[in-house]
Design a protein around this ligand. Structure first.
Ligand SMILES: C[S@@+](CC[C@H](N)C(=O)[O-])C[C@H]1O[C@@H](n2cnc3c(N)ncnc32)[C@H](O)[C@@H]1O
Length: 446
């Protein structure tokens, strides 16, 4: 699949914890080195880099470190909190002082209990008391960057391999129950995380070049972005896998505890899960008596796979159909928001649904070919060296294959080389003005 001469994208393990990258665990986190490679290859200092499925913010942290302006969106409120926290320059000494005050207040405990989760099953009484103390303390903090960091630290105690909850592997959505036999000492763990965070923010401040624009993180749906046409030089993202990870399930405990800070109820958060790309919820919602199986998308490779799954499992076939239908909208939006001459990069893994292998990377390139207006410049596999990124249950299903992912980069042709002018719909929701650091270019056909 190498379109360009083979590139060295198999960065060795390591290099994943500099600056704020280690603030919080996150399922299917991208390797920072890959984002760094794309940003430095395809953009210049001061350019805008967009990641609309920003997750925990790896791309925008790297954009900051390279002196670019990072813009991130995500549907998930916990992801946005973490991404915002990781890309805000907070003063380490102030962070420590506020964190210590928070712990001192939390020692008194609090009676508050989150709703919407079976709290007595998942949290020991001492853990409940400590988390309630931290959360009620956060609720009266000023809503600033330091509070985002402190709230992310609370979440990092829950969404962790070794969670303070009675669960193992909460980062990946299929956690298992594991009761603590003794108090895991939540506040001591928080203090350790606080000291680590103090170092991380010191390093972030040292590494971000002077004069770099602040990053921005907002809510958004990658299928329909509230971004002006031609907002960025580079779109770099790692979309969710088709039918494999349920982010709302992985995050539900942390969201329940932080619902006041995130301003979302546990119930609304659960409902939001249906809107995520690749969601397995409400599989048959679009099925009707007249249309019991998914229709054709008009992309032969996708249609063939969907119909082979439909032969045994209509629900799964709808999930896969919707994923590729939605990803076509995502790629269309990507093409709209990059400048002519700019690049769109996606990092994807293959999937396996009902024993049917889904070569997601090839299907994405087929989707882009059907849309037109993007030239493929890189399509290459790379080895995932970081074992922590390989989801245990996926590794069981895929073996070594799960350790391979694909990097796809398209270039949006320059306005002058697009034949026929406005070849695709340029209109879109426009909530932003063009960044002055991007050289003004006329939209095709204008
Ligand atoms: C693979 S993760 C991204 C990980 C990220 N690159 C990182 O390093 O942390 C995919 C993200 O897509 C988000 N997502 C799912 N559906 C979305 C949608 N329709 N619009 C925007 N974000 C979405 C999920 O919440 C999740 O955070």
């Amino acid at each position: 699949v190498a379109v360009s001469p083979a590139l060295a994208l198999d960065f060795a393990a390591g290099g994943t914890l500099h600056a704020t990258h280690g603030l919080h665990a996150f399922a299917a986190k991208s390797p920072p080195a890959l984002a760094r490679w794309a940003i430095s290859t395809y953009t210049k200092t001061g350019a805008v880099v967009i990641d609309p499925m920003a997750g925990s913010g790896t791309t925008i942290v790297e954009a900051l470190l390279l002196g670019r302006r990072g813009i991130g969106c995500d549907l998930d409120p916990l992801a946005r909190l973490i991404a915002r926290a990781k890309t805000t320059l907070v003063e380490p000494a102030r962070l420590r002082a506020r964190g210590e005050q928070l712990v001192a207040a939390a020692r008194a405990g609090a009676d508050w209990r989150p709703s919407g989760i079976d709290i007595d099953t998942w949290f020991r009484p001492e853990v409940q008391r400590d988390l309630a103390g931290l959360v009620t303390g956060l609720a009266v903090e000023p809503a600033d960057g330091i509070r985002d960091v402190l709230a992310s630290l609370v979440s990092s105690l829950i969404v962790a391999r070794t969670s303070v909850g009675n669960a193992r592997d909460v980062v990946h959505s299929r956690h298992h129950r594991r009761d603590w036999e003794e108090d895991p000492k939540t506040l001591e763990r928080f203090e350790r995380r606080l000291r680590a965070a103090e170092r991380m923010y010191g390093e972030l401040a040292r590494l971000v070049p002077a004069g770099t624009s602040a990053a921005s993180v907002s809510t958004g749906d990658a299928r329909r972005l509230a971004l002006a046409d031609e907002s960025a030089s580079l779109y770099f993202s790692s979309p969710p896998y088709c039918s494999a990870l349920d982010y709302t399930r992985a995050h539900i405990f942390a969201v329940a505890w932080l619902s006041i800070i995130l301003d979302v109820s546990t119930e609304d958060y659960r409902d939001l899960g249906r809107r995520y790309l690749g969601s397995e919820r409400a599989a048959m919602v679009d099925a009707t008596a007249e249309q019991p199986l998914p229709p054709q998308l008009g992309v032969p490779s996708v249609d063939k796979i969907v119909s082979s799954i439909a032969a045994t499992d209509a629900g799964r076939a709808w999930i896969v159909y919707r994923y590729f239908r939605d990803m076509r909208d995502v790629i269309r939006e990507a093409r709209r928001v990059v400048v002519p001459g700019g690049h769109v990069a996606l990092v994807v893994c293959p999937s396996n649904v009902r024993r049917v292998v889904i070569p997601t990377d090839r299907l994405f390139t087929d989707l882009a070919d059907t849309l037109g207006g993007l030239e493929l410049v890189v399509h290459q596999s790379r080895v995932i060296h970081d074992r922590r990124r390989v989801m245990p249950y996926l590794a069981d299903a895929f073996g070594e294959r799960m350790r391979t992912e694909y990097v796809i980069v398209w270039r949006r042709p320059d306005a002058a080389t697009v034949s026929g002018g406005a070849q695709f719909n340029q209109s879109g929701a426009s909530g932003m003005t063009r960044d002055p650091s991007i050289p003004a270019m006329d939209a095709p056909g204008s």
